[in-house]
Design a binder for this molecule. Structure first.
Ligand code: MBD
Ligand code: FE
Length: 306
């Protein structure tokens, strides 16, 4: 069949058959995706067994709760960032800390504090470096934003995230820090290790078919919000990781690479109440003022909460 015949068939089956109220938006998307799918079946001569394998794949990926991971791994989530950047440029919005993907591992409801939080539960203190993250939240003119909400989450020494990894304590390595009167936030935590897709999982299954790895560099996630400003979803990825520019989820971006500096100065250790050398990362955040013409930065997606 040619495209005209395919589109006519899709319309005949899914548009002309409507007898109830139609959601126009959903109808256009479904019709378009079906047409594109039928066309792909035609062009690639996709066999019935292959179609069923594909549907079974989505069943398995959904049951394993890996569809968010798949979206990250196939670059769908990064593509949405590139489109959001384009929409911002079109609306004349520039500056501010760059966005990058949320990923599938956020959990709402983390403990909240002002200015400072210790994020780790101490269970890995003996086997991994201590990390202090410090930064200032400002607008694009450098004015501090007191009370800005900085939500931070990252992986443990095995690349695993609390909640999804039930061996960790509740909200381990997840905190909400409100910027203090100087616009500052400080997190005392442990060095994250890059995530790897479950080797026997559905996402890695398809990555294997593509000859791809499923690893991320060491990174820390952020949601940053404040009244009158656009919500920022971002991360920093840490310099020196072998996957820094070879991230299976394509989240590393210019402006989002952080350097972990080794600190062994006694006075600095004491100032932070630490008895061993630590790593230090500065990550300042610039928020962009919200204007009516700005595309929304709120993304409505199902998120875990505990
Ligand atoms: C992660 O930690 C992550 O950030 C993404 C995008 C995908 C899988 C695990
Ligand atoms: Fe992550």
């Amino acid at each position: 069949m040619n495209r005209q015949e395919i589109d006519a068939l899709v319309k005949q089956m899914n548009v002309d058959t409507a007898t109830g109220e139609v959601d126009q938006r959903v109808q256009s998307i479904v019709v378009r995706l079906l047409g594109d799918l039928f066309q792909a079946i035609e062009d690639l001569d996709i066999q019935p067994s292959e179609v069923w394998k594909g549907l079974e794949y989505f069943t398995d990926a959904g049951q394993a709760n890996e569809l968010g991971l798949l979206a990250a791994g196939l670059g769908l989530e990064h593509y949405l960032d590139l489109r959001a950047d384009e929409a911002d440029a079109k609306a004349g919005i520039t500056g501010g800390t760059p966005r990058t993907i949320e990923g599938p591992l956020y959990v709402a409801g983390a403990p909240e504090s002002v200015g400072f939080a210790r994020m780790d539960d101490g269970s890995e203190s003996d086997k991994i470096d201590t990390l202090i993250i410090e930064g200032k939240v400002t607008d694009t003119d450098g004015n501090i934003i007191e009370g800005a909400k900085v939500e931070v989450w990252h992986a443990n020494s095995l690349g695993n995230y609390s909640f999804f990894d039930k061996s960790q304590s509740d909200f381990n390595l997840r905190r909400t820090i409100l910027a203090d009167a100087a616009g500052k936030y400080v997190a005392l935590t442990t060095m994250p290790v890059g995530y790897g897709c479950p080797p026997e999982g559905t996402t890695q299954f398809v990555l294997n078919k593509l000859g791809r790895h499923g690893n991320r560099p060491s990174h820390v996630h952020y949601f940053v919000s404040a009244p009158g400003f656009r919500k920022l979803t971002t991360q920093f990825n840490i310099e020196g990781d072998q996957y820094l520019w070879d991230d299976f989820a394509f989240a590393t971006r210019d402006g989002l690479v952080a350097t972990a500096v080794d600190v062994s100065d006694q006075a600095e250790m004491q100032r932070h109440g630490l008895d061993k050398p630590f790593k230090h990362i500065t990550f300042n955040i610039e928020l962009v003022k919200d204007i009516d013409a700005a595309p929304s930065t709120e993304v409505d997606r199902r998120r875990a909460s505990a």
